[in-house]
Design a protein around this ligand. Structure first.
Ligand SMILES: Cc1cc2nc3c(=O)[nH]c(=O)nc-3n(C[C@H](O)[C@H](O)[C@H](O)COP(=O)(O)OP(=O)(O)OC[C@H]3O[C@@H](n4cnc5c(N)ncnc54)[C@H](O)[C@@H]3O)c2cc1C
Length: 330
């Protein structure tokens, strides 16, 4: 197992030749040349800057729940938000830029209910933990994210959500590191997030202010339980997957069918390459049944896409993010 070092080259903990597969929910992928593990948003900015100064274009890894990584070596630097899991209340009256993000409380858990139903979460706060925290406080707004794995930064970048709502519905402000190296705060209106796309122009999410609503505890709890029940009845939530592989095509083109239904209609459910298989439960999920390699998953994606295109004329667009050279071209 690789161990984080304090390599003098980097301003934070760093792991050379770090295994990436176990850091994704699909459990597929080789090693990163460097994995940097900043422990604060400031360290994240410093690590990003140091990587850029050394000629790297750093990638950012959240919970790895919507990622398909290549087999073998991934050259360059990966920044993980693993250690950036803090969640706290915004400082009372802290309206000035940056103020909300200054950690007012040292505690990891927000215990009292209060009337100001806002939370500040650093990029690596796990989504399931946030959903549970809001549920226990009786604050509504995150129920639609029940059962969605990953970190809040990845969720903001992907605009995670589904039929019961999207993460951006409750984003008051997001703190970003832009590609030009500037730290800025942006509102929803300024970002204009889209379907499964936070529309951040390659910026890195450092943290987010979530504005929830005070509600009845029992009602929030019931909604979370209900959505979780429905999700686990429809999706292979206990298997290794990367969530939905494809975006749903525009309804007017697909006759209202989602990507999973189109895949089922062309008989691609159960299709397998090596240990990768199109889920029998939901056509838009590919599951790793043991030792699948990225090459197996890419082969399946190509096959499913070709079948759907041939039968319907629809070119399915990837929702899952692919790192490395694009093996799906050609
Ligand atoms: C069983 C299962 C069910 C799922 N259900 C849903 C669902 O219902 N709805 C849904 O939308 N998704 C769903 N997903 C997909 C996944 O949970 C979401 O896309 C999630 O928001 C990804 O977050 P992450 O932290 O894991 O991001 P990662 O997979 O680590 O990264 C995804 C992309 O976001 C970028 N990124 C990550 N962190 C940051 C950051 N801090 N700043 C900028 N960019 C960043 C990465 O570079 C990458 O391009 C599901 C996945 C699984 C495995």
């Amino acid at each position: 197992m690789s161990v984080a070092t304090r390599d003098p080259v980097w301003p934070c903990a760093a792991v050379p030749l770090a295994e990436l597969g176990p850091r994704t929910t699909l459990r597929v992928g080789g090693t990163a040349e460097w994995l940097l593990e900043p422990a604060t948003p400031e360290e994240l900015v410093e690590a990003w800057t140091a990587a850029r100064e050394r000629g790297y274009e750093p990638r950012v890894l959240g919970g790895g729940a919507n990622l398909l990584l290549p087999d073998g070596l991934l050259a360059g630097v990966v920044l993980t938000t693993e250690r950036l899991s803090r969640v706290f209340r915004p400082r009372a009256g802290g309206a000035a830029e940056g103020e909300a993000f200054a950690p007012a409380l040292p505690a990891l858990r927000v215990l009292e209910r209060g009337e100001d139903a806002r939370l500040v979460a650093w990029a690596g706060a796990p989504m399931p933990g946030l959903v549970r925290m809001a549920r226990d406080l009786g604050w509504s707004g995150l129920e639609g994210l029940a059962g969605v794995p990953g970190h809040v930064g990845g969720g903001v970048a992907m605009n995670a959500g589904g039929r019961w709502g999207e993460l951006w519905d409750v984003v008051e402000r997001v703190r970003l590191l832009t590609r030009a190296g500037e730290v800025v705060e942006r509102s929803r209106a300024e970002c204009q997030p889209r379907y499964r796309d936070g529309n951040l122009a390659g910026a890195l999410v450092l943290g987010v202010v979530l504005a929830l609503k005070v509600d009845e505890r029992a009602a929030v709890k019931e909604r979370v339980a209900d959505y979780l029940r429905q999700k686990s009845a429809a999706q292979p939530v206990t298997e290794h997957s990367c969530g939905c592989v494809f975006k749903n095509p525009p309804k007017e083109r697909s006759g209202g069918l989602g990507a999973g239904q189109l895949i089922e209609a062309v008989g691609a459910k159960g299709l397998a390459r090596g240990d990768a298989r199109v889920s029998e439960k939901h056509g838009n999920f590919i599951v790793n049944r043991g030792h699948a390699r990225a090459a197996d998953v890419f082969a399946l994606i190509r096959e499913v896409r070709a079948r759907v295109a041939q039968a319907t004329g629809i070119e399915l667009e990837l929702e899952v993010q692919v790192w490395g050279e694009d093996p799906l071209r050609g």
